[in-house]
Structures are given as structure tokens and as C-alpha cells.
Design a protein around this ligand. Sequence first.
Ligand code: NAD
Length: 288
Amino acid sequence: MTERIDGHTLLIGLMAYPIRHSMSPTMHNNAFAKLGLNYAYLAFEVINDTLPSAIESIRTLDMRGSNISMPNKQKVIPLLDKLDPAAEMVGAVNTIVNDDGVLTGYTTDGIGFMKSLDDEGINIRGHKMTLAGAGGAGTAIAVQAALDSVSEMSIFNIHDASWKQAEKNVALINEKTDCKATLHDLEDRDDFKKEIQSSFIYADSTGVGMKPLENETLVDDPTWFRKDLVVFDTVYAPRETKLMKVAKSAGVEHVFNGLGMMLEQGAAAFKLWTGEDMPVDYIRQILF
Ligand code: NAD
């Protein structure tokens, strides 16, 4: 590290709370070191109240940019100069790039989802997806998948605060993309089963399966899953969720957790800041 940091080192931040547990500093700093790039990536505990001054410091300190995570992904938008079209559609930002004081907001979570499937040799473009959840991750996945030509999408949500977001996502996807999206009630089990069974991929972005719900899953009946269905859980702690266990017990071959998505959302941000490809295989060995 001391060999790398000098008077020219450019800073990249991560502004969120809580954030000390994040894998992102390890991911990016190892990638900078591997490629000999003169950047340093640091996590900062930033809440909504301190966000405006933290964002202003990107300009003041001429930082190259920052990642943004909860609780700041939506609140940051009015503080930026420009938004990438996908970030505008998603209504959230997880990456900021500073070009000579002009701050542009991007969202890379959805790119991470699509790229992690590409990495596994799975192409969901032109196919139907059933997606549970329409929160931050679910919205990013839905928008990017629709922009990337997934042909049909059935979005399921419970009637909580995210239902309105789910309605917005479906309307936006139908208006702005060629994907045909529909909204469904997660409580309607027959409908949920039918939509999964007619899909190429089932993705769960609800967080059911991680603490404190680590022994729960929205689908506990293996007969819902065809062997050739793709099953994707955005959770990566634990590495194997209850949903993944049920899918594997049904003989499903392609079952994924969210680690690949996490890696590839980082790689997409890395490319925006540095113009370079993250050495993802090397980073995978360090992180996983
Ligand atoms: P969020 O709070 O914004 O959204 C949660 C969604 O789950 C909402 O649609 C909500 O209605 C639904 N939900 C919540 N509890 C539910 C329940 N008991 N039953 C059914 N639906 C329920 O959260 P988020 O930021 O979208 O994160 C969701 C999950 O995705 C988390 O597990 C998070 O760790 C994961 N995630 C992974 C990555 C990655 O890179 N792998 C990136 C972002 C988020």
C-alpha cells in the first residue's frame, strides 16, 4: 500500500451507513494494486444529514468519484449534476463519477446482475423472468434486464411500501422498453407458481433467506422448479440460501447466489472511474 500511495493518488469513496462490513474496499484496492492504478478506495460512514457536505467534498477534494449505498441511494440524486439513463429509470444511484467537477450518477447493480449471468454462460435476453421484490435491488435488476432485452417479466411483491415502486417499475418498463412487464401479488401462490413454471429464470431480490430470515424462502416446494429453470438469489450471506437448497433438491442445475452480482456491479463502477477492466478472476479468488 505505501508503495502505491503518493502525492498523485486519486481518492474514491464509499458513502453509506452502516458500511464497515463492506467487501468493496478490499475489492477495489486489490484491483488497483494488481493493475498498478494510482487510486485509493475508502469507506466513509455517511447518513442522509451529512450527505450534502460529503458529496460537495467530492468536488472540493477532486475525488474521482464514490460508491453510494443505503441509506443514500435515492437522497443523493438532487445533489448530482447529471444522471445516466438507467439511474434515472431506477431512481437510485450507487456510483458517482467526477469529471472536472461535474458529478454524474450511475446505477451498476442491474448491470452486475446481467453480467454475473453472462459470466456463467447464461443468456436471459429474449426470455421470460419472474422476479420477486421491487426494492432497490429488484428495481435495478428489473430495469436493466428490460433494457437488455428480457422479453417478458412478471414482478411479484407483497403489499408493503415497495408495492408502489413495483407499480412504477412495471409502468416504466412497458413505456420505455420492449419488455412486457406485469405486476402480481406475492400472496397469490397459484399465480406465483404458474409464472415461475413458465419462466426461463426465477430471481429473488427480497432478502428473504438472509438474517433474520435465513431459514425462510418464498418457494419451499421443489416441484415448482423445472430442472432447466435458472434460479438466482441476490443474497450472498449465507452463500447457500434456503431457496438455493430447495432448487438444488429439485435437480436445478443453474442456481446462483448474489456474489457474482456484487463483484460485477463493482467491476462496472471500476470501469467508469478508471476506464480499465477489473481483473475479476483475480478478485474472485481474493473475495470468495
Ligand atoms: P429493499 O428493502 O429495498 O427491498 C426489499 C424487497 O423485498 C421489497 O420489494 C419488499 O417488498 C420485499 N420484501 C421484504 N420482506 C419481504 C418478505 N418477508 N416477503 C416477501 N417480500 C419481502 O432491499 P434491497 O436493497 O433491494 O435488498 C434486497 C436484497 O438484495 C438484500 O438481501 C440485499 O443484500 C440484496 N442485494 C444484493 C446485491 C448484490 O450485489 N448481490 C446488491 C443489492 C442488494
